[in-house]
Design a protein around this ligand. Structure first.
Ligand code: ZN
Length: 198
């Protein structure tokens, strides 16, 4: 479990934390846990999410277990710098949906002494690295990969398999259209799908 290191309060040093994993892996729950601890520590916190993510509620970061926390939906990563002045901690959920400018935004915040905590899908439904995630993972100080459980075999799952047919990369509000799978089961299922295509 990630524990905050004690830092010198007079010298505000920033850094980036990435929480990544498949769907149903508990990314948002972990983000909310860290944000709540920062709030308990009386730190000034701002939370953002892409405006595209309107699954449950316009304003709140909501995870599957219905822990909610107030957040601001934004369209463009550059808005974060304008809205996050004078804060100590910035949280960003569903960070994989942002433009590549998000990498610079996170690093600029960290360079200015802000603790930046981002959560996002590291791979899309085809198992490819998702949007700005590779750059975020490479430039972060702390990386936590969380796992779901494969319902087929009980092993740790890292893939978000799409169970209905669609070639669209981004599908939201369709939790039931995905299942987390382990490497072994994902490969079996994908091979089966390829066979059915031919
Ligand atoms: Zn499995």
């Amino acid at each position: 479990m990630f524990l905050e290191s004690k830092s010198d309060r007079n010298q505000q040093i920033g850094w980036i934390e990435v929480i990544c994993g498949s769907m149903f892996s508990g990314k948002t729950e972990e983000l909310i846990r860290r944000i709540n601890r920062a709030i308990f520590a009386k730190q000034k916190v701002e939370i953002f999410k892409p405006a595209i993510d309107t699954r449950y509620d316009e304003e709140d970061v909501v995870s599957h277990n219905e822990n909610a926390i107030h957040s601001t939906p934004i369209n463009n990563s550059s808005e974060i710098l304008l809205l996050a002045s004078n804060v100590q901690v910035v949280g960003i959920d569903e960070v994989q949906f942002f433009d590549n400018g998000i990498v610079n935004v996170c690093n600029t915040l960290a360079n200015n002494g802000v603790r930046v905590i981002v959560a996002g899908l590291d791979m899309d439904y085809l198992g490819q690295p998702f949007g700005p995630m590779p750059q975020l993972l490479a430039t972060a100080e702390y990386v936590t990969k969380v796992h779901a459980i494969c319902p087929k075999c009980g092993n740790l799952a890292q893939y978000s398999h799409r169970t209905i047919h669609s070639d669209k990369l981004v599908m939201l509000g369709e939790q039931s259209s995905y299942e987390p799978l382990c490497r072994h089961c994902y490969n079996l299922v994908r091979a089966e799908e390829q066979k059915n295509k031919e």
